[in-house]
Design a protein around this ligand. Sequence first.
Ligand code: MF3
Ligand code: CO
Length: 250
Amino acid sequence: MIIIKNKVAIEKMRTAGQLLAEVFAEIPSFLEEGKNTAEIDLFVEQKMLQKGLKPECKGYGGYRHATLISPNDVVVHGIPSKNIILKNGDFVKIDVVGAYRGYCADMARYYFIGNVPPIAQKLAEVAQRALDEAIGNIGPGVKLSDVSSRIQKIVEGEGFGVVRDFAGHGIGKRIHEEPDVPNYATGVAGPLLREGMTLAIEPMITQGDYKVLVLDDGWTVKTADGGLAAHVEDTIAITSHGAEVFTRLY
Ligand code: MF3
Ligand code: CO
């Protein structure tokens, strides 16, 4: 069942999204060559707590950190570690869920450490464009499967791959609610979107083959072929006429 949010729930998710976007705005000044991903995680968690945002990933399925930090060929769900040290040329994705008064916002952004290869820039740009186009064309009465197809078309049109094994999702009191929001056409049509539905849309795209593997740590998702991957995510609500993006600053 897809949960329709009332005004009160929407307002809490809006606040969660805005506070989370404020936290993300502070990340670039902290990121630099030589920092390890565990200290980035702690930085983000402290900023969240200062703003009254609960780090919702912590404790989720046994996960022990506030953030997921995924460099280069790590697609998503990279575990912060003292042993992962940022170096010049790294292409890093940071994914965080924050809750405000019990309602979640889920957001991911990418960052370039020093000079990244042009292909990383291109991949990032295409992931961002796929997300923007999806958001720009969503609204009440739209079939979610058409949004998925649109994302796939944009990504594959640039010669990149679309990850199949992970998808965006409904979101609200819980990080993951119905429906799934795949980034490719699964062949199943629907569901029809309605005002008050809230979704986390998150294209995960690859330089080469779309196949991924999960490491023995149970979380880290890497491209099977070792190519680069991009990921970007926003939490949105379907409004009467389109969509409101909670995780971008107004
Ligand atoms: N954006 C991520 C996802 O939907 C957030 C995962 S939170 C975690 O998979 F708790 F699972 F880590
Ligand atoms: Co998500």
